[in-house]
Ligand binder design. Sequence first.
Ligand code: GLN
Length: 451
Amino acid sequence: VKSEEIVGSFLQRIEEVEPKVDAFLYVNKEESLKRAREIDEKKRSGGMLSGIPVGIKDNISVRGMQNTCASKFMEGYIAPYDATVVTRLKEDGAIILGKLNMDEFAMGSSTEHSAYKITRNPHDLDRVPGGSSGGSAAAVSALEVPLSLGTDTGGSVRQPAAFCGIPGLKPTYGNISRYGVTAFGSTLDQVGTFAGDVRDLALLTTSISGHDEMDMTTNKREKADLFTGLNKDIRGKKIAIAKDFLGEGLNEDARKNLMDMIEVLKDLGAEIDFIDLKLTDYSLAAYYIISSAEASSNLARFDGIRYGKRAEDAADLLDLYKKSRSEGFGAEVKRRIMLGTYVLSAGYYDAYYSKALKVRKLIQEEYKEIFRSYDAIISPTTPTPAFKIGDNTEDIMAMYLNDIYTVPVNIAGIPAVSIPSGKVNGLPLGLQIMGNHFDEQGILNIAYAVE
Ligand code: GLN
């Protein structure tokens, strides 16, 4: 098949469903077709993703395209360079089809916090696709693009993957370069991947991963080939289920679904044990302190001078900062900046921020201990299936509680994948499989076996 035909058919699909789904903030039509023709005519070399379209979350820079982070602050900004993950995709022959909607600066769990539009869940247009990478998940789920990238600071790849009924992976902290990715919480952020099935997910992740000289937080490891060993037997694998993940707030059908999955895994020869992860209750609190503290510092660069929006009629420099930030940021972003600044301020630093760091250390130890005896931990990805648009926008805590099973993974820095697993009233549910540091291969093996 010619790449031009592949790209053409996805562009046509975008034209058909985009009016309903609203996943894209920008579609790169002409340039994509041109690149496809170049690949077909062998003017451009292709690798393992030769001629395959990929969608990119709008906080990952693609040269010549907008990078708004779904914020009014960055309206009209055009990225002058490629993020390393984009360079790698291009080297492998991928065609960057466009930029995808998200919660502003990746803060949120529903994509309702985008300053531009609300993306809808392709399984039910009255419901959210999840977030913050909601556009990336919805676009793949609606077959508008076969592969996409998102970012995951506390669940923003796995939660929308679960809500949209597709697989999504958050790799080990440091396995994927963040050069060219707009920072939110630097000790938690990872680029993650979406695809239609686990094989494609493994291919896409292999393409973008590995050490990068431009990002000193990347691990000095060879790029792992996640594709070749996918179909390994999972007989004898030791899998843990944390009782603390099955408490209050978990939807009854989701609980039943998890119990069914236990039987499937046992049939495949895995051993299952119930274990304790006692610090689970503290992870959400630690997450919102640490991520907001880091966000308040990372977002200081949006000052009205260097990037994006500059307020008019400012009296002096301080007023320019104030006005630009007041006008440019949405309510959720302001909330995080205020919370983050507060927990870092003199007098509160010890009470909140440094305590949260201690809690993080303890949570990391707890996971380390479990992985001494187990190959993986499984849980539901989210307590409930996708909620209705508007249902959680007033109740911030209800929104934050959505991340209860995904946040500990970022705190521990470990990899986790969400795969579709069962349905409630026609809405998809996700199964989360967590692994030890650098064991993407192990969790993808299990995902592939039960998919
Ligand atoms: N929903 C979480 C938050 O709002 C996670 C976001 C993310 O992973 N980027 O912070």
